[in-house]
Write a protein that binds this ligand. Structure first.
Ligand SMILES: [Fe+2]
Length: 295
């Protein structure tokens, strides 16, 4: 495996914010040696049936950052989410910080720019984001060194962000009893997802892993934190030394039975724009499209 700059002696403070409607966990990651922090995978609330956007979940995060007197340096998206809308621009507007995502966002923009019949004013170069990360890139949160691992498979732009002994795995892995995320979206690939998961499992055993989602399988309470050692031993899809062939067969068969996520249509249109809505019309009204028989 590539030589990533692992440093598990650094232990960032992690505060989780669970969003019930999409089963997403957003995080505030704080530097123990300064007031600097980052927000990972924020959520904007949407009542899709009513076409109504609100910001209760983001406001809760903003209130926490203000109450703790923190300085927000980064708004990280682990990938282009298909099940919730990002609140990154809303939070950036209030608290500052740079919005970052994997550089393969351009591939996602190319695919879904076509799906949603976006005009030429929709740039497919990732320029809506402040930083496009490549595999192995590093960045700072206060005094902390963070690095990214490119982990395609669920989507082409997926990145795992590793900050000291904490790794934010996005949708590469779920909790051990949840397994893994689907790999059947455009640009997804079950074999690539297996290889990406191996990158995560190659981190030191004690690495804390923070999930982007949890659905409380078999009626258990919602959980979002585990370790590399726990996933290696117990993950129901890849743990216990499951082979790539076994995983690809299982994942492909499972994905064929899954419905589209409830919020995929609004989510992609917003998230491929870094969390911004499509441009308003001449009367200042904002619209989202529904492509018929396309997805
Ligand atoms: Fe996802």
């Amino acid at each position: 495996m590539k030589n990533y700059p692992v440093n598990t002696s650094l232990k960032p403070e992690v505060k989780a914010f669970f969003e019930e409607d999409s089963n997403t966990i957003s995080y505030v990651v704080k530097d123990p040696a300064s007031k600097s922090c980052a927000v990972i995978d924020s959520v904007m609330d949407i009542d899709y049936a009513a076409g109504r956007i609100t910001h209760d979940h983001a406001d809760e995060i903003i209130a926490y950052i203000k109450a703790e007197g923190l300085e927000l340096e980064w708004l990280i998206e682990t990938h282009v989410h298909a099940d919730h809308l990002s609140a990154a621009p809303y939070i950036q507007d209030k608290l500052g910080g740079k919005i970052g995502i994997g550089s393969k966002i351009t591939v996602v923009q190319e695919v879904f720019g076509k799906v949603f019949n976006e005009g030429t004013e929709f740039q497919r170069d990732g320029s809506q984001f402040d930083r496009l990360f490549e595999d192995g890139d590093t960045y700072k949160i206060g005094t902390m060194d963070a690095f990214v691992m490119h982990t395609p498979g669920h989507t082409p732009a997926c990145m795992v962000h590793v900050i000291g002994d904490a790794a934010f795995v996005g949708d590469t892995l779920f909790m051990p009893d949840g397994g893994s995320a689907r790999a059947d979206f455009p640009g997804g690939d079950a074999g690539e997802l297996y290889d990406s998961i191996q990158k995560v499992l190659a981190l030191p055993d004690e690495t804390r892993l923070f999930m982007c989602h949890d659905y409380g399988p078999n009626g258990r309470d919602i959980q979002w934190e585990t370790t590399v050692a726990d996933e290696k031993a117990h993950n129901i899809h890849v743990g216990g030394g499951k082979t790539k062939e076994e995983f690809v067969k299982f994942r492909t068969e499972r994905d064929a039975q899954l419905d589209m996520p409830r919020l995929i249509i609004p989510s992609l249109q917003v998230n491929m724009r870094a969390g911004d809505m499509p441009p308003a019309d001449e009367d200042g009204r904002t619209f989202l499209k529904v492509p018929v028989n396309t997805l």
